[in-house]
Design a protein around this ligand. Structure first.
Ligand code: PEP
Length: 257
């Protein structure tokens, strides 16, 4: 972490905790959030729980995000959700280009750029996800792939008037229990910072670069200690408030030191 940037710990609930269980989880997150005043804590419930979770978290420091957004503000797109709808439910952030969207729903770099612009048009702060597959890593193509994904969103990020984040999530590390080592994560984060800086040094200083991929309470401190790792995007472990709280506390103690 770097003292210039406030750590951001985001919990992506994926297709879990979409009802009362989501509200209960949000209550537990709210409880630990007051003990990590130097950390931004963000929860990302499924659409069905966003409004209830946002109501539960009102008056707290915990932020709420959507897991995806459509590129258009409205229209005949059955099953989709717009940025305006996310805002109306109380979300102020949104994830775009998660690898599960790229993999299972065929989202392309161009789609991700359109979604990022749509998020910003609706005053939502985006977390743009990038990351290589195992095959690409083994072929030595990690930086080439991630650079292409970052390049696709660079102009939109540079035009943003709101906080933005990039999440480096190696696909082989998501939900597998195999996280990137702190040194491997740092190498990619530093490269991303460099590509942002080549566009605009202010952009590189303000955009938070999160690591995602099997982050747990016992590996978070090592990853977060790296200078270009500004936080974490947490999937599985975020469904347990105790685990997300422990990750946020690791960020808090690094931010205080
Ligand atoms: C994610 O959903 O973005 C993620 C990183 O999942 P997990 O922490 O379960 O690997």
């Amino acid at each position: 972490m770097n003292a210039k940037r406030r750590p951001l710990i985001a919990g992506n609930w994926k297709m879990h905790a979409g009802g009362l269980d989501g509200v209960r989880l949000a209550m537990a997150v709210r409880e630990f959030a007051s003990s990590v005043p130097h950390v931004d804590v963000l929860v990302v419930p499924p659409y069905t729980a966003i409004a209830a979770v946002a109501a539960e978290l009102e008056g707290s420091s915990v932020l709420v995000a959507g897991q995806n957004v459509h590129g258009k503000p409205h229209g005949a797109f059955t099953g989709e959700i717009s940025g305006g709808m996310l805002r109306d439910c109380g979300a102020t952030w949104v994830i775009v280009g998660h690898s599960e969207r790229r993999q299972h729903f065929r989202e392309t770099d161009a789609d991700v750029a359109i979604k990022l612009a749509a998020a910003l048009d609706h005053d939502l702060s985006p977390i743009a996800c990038v990351g290589e597959t195992l095959e690409q890593r083994e072929a030595g193509k990690t930086l080439e792939v991630v650079e292409r994904q970052v390049a696709a969103v660079l102009d939109v990020l540079a035009s943003a008037k709101r906080a933005c984040a990039v999440a480096y999530e190696p696909v082989w590390a998501i939900g597998t229990g195999k996280n990137a080592s702190p040194a491997d994560a740092e190498a990619v984060h530093a490269a991303i910072r460099g590509w942002l800086a080549a566009k605009d040094t202010g952009l590189a200083e303000r955009v938070r670069i999160l690591y995602g991929g099997s982050v747990k309470a016992d590996n978070a401190a090592g990853l977060l200690a790296e200078p270009n790792v500004d936080g974490a995007l947490v999937g599985g472990a975020s469904l347990d408030a105790g685990s997300l709280g422990a990750i946020a506390k690791a960020a808090e103690s690094l931010a205080r030191s």
